[in-house]
Design a protein around this ligand. Sequence first.
Ligand code: BGC
Length: 252
Amino acid sequence: MSARGHAFGIDIGGSGVKGAAVDLATGELVHERIKIATPHPSTPKAVAEAAAEVVAKAAWDGPVGLTLPSVVLDGVVRTAANIDKGWIGTDARALFAATLGGREVTVLNDADAAGLAEDHYGAAKDFAGLVLLLTFGTGIGSALIFHGTLVPNSELGHLEIGGMEAEHRAAASIKDRDDLTYKQWAAEVSAVLSGLENLFWPKVIVAGGGISRDADQWIPLLTNRTPVIPAHLRNTAGIVGAAMAIEAGIAP
Ligand code: BGC
């Protein structure tokens, strides 16, 4: 299947390889998300085969956009903070293209994809100006978008704030690891957001990742200056952004 106005996105994360065709007029999935558990170890070959399985299950025969939790430059993976280190140096674009039967693919950072989707269809769609999206999960992913244009591979989760990498103090995984209350964790998030907003001055910060589902428990506790709003697309943002990227020819 491959239809006019539809594009296919695959979001690769630590627990699942998730994909679907997306209706680009609405940003909605055309069918239920197909999810395969991320293979362990999450080597490039094993993950590419999982992506091929997702595409086969959907019987999709067009181009495919894919995300990875990595810096991706010219299709080549440059970092692997929270996935198998074997990805570093891998030409992911060539690997996915070959494993997906020689079709056209594009590969981009997972948070960049989520940012594109939230900016265009989701929480930030009515904001003109600089949008900063942060995903709070195992690490902290970031996307900077200005009037629809993505500045790719921003990696702000690794910025040192108060002597520590941002994601080492305020990722959602730190809340779990240290058994923090929302109040305690929100203080860490506030420190990170204050550091970021003093450098980038976004109009709005979109908070994504699984913990954004409980946004009412922690967003009101934040003390930084810029308005923070929860992501709307939740667990489909990566898929939708990957589909947007292949359609728009975004190849960081
Ligand atoms: C990685 C980013 C990624 C983020 C969220 C960070 O540790 O460096 O590339 O976007 O985690 O998965």
